[in-house]
Unconditional design. Structure first.
Length: 77
């Protein structure tokens, strides 16, 4: 009976240690998620800024006029 009690006590101790370890791991993972979310938001803002800059440059480029005549190599065909 005493050995069964000691085995049970050991298992409860192991379970408590595992629970503590999982709490610590969970806290660390939450910190990492927060940092990665912040990094993601920063990168998304940079992508949006780059998109806006490219759009601004593209809007300043002259528009090529469509040719009304067929190219020379098509006329020969």
């Amino acid at each position: 009976m005493s050995s069964e009690f000691l085995q049970l006590a050991e298992k409860v101790t192991q379970l408590a240690q595992l629970a503590q370890s999982l709490r610590e791991e969970n806290a660390e993972l939450r910190r990492k998620v927060k940092l990665l979310s912040e990094d993601n938001a920063t990168l998304n803002a940079r992508v949006e800024e780059a998109y806006q800059r490219v759009a601004a440059v593209l809007s300043q480029l002259p528009v090529a006029e469509e040719e009304t005549t067929a190219p020379a190599n098509e006329e020969a065909a």
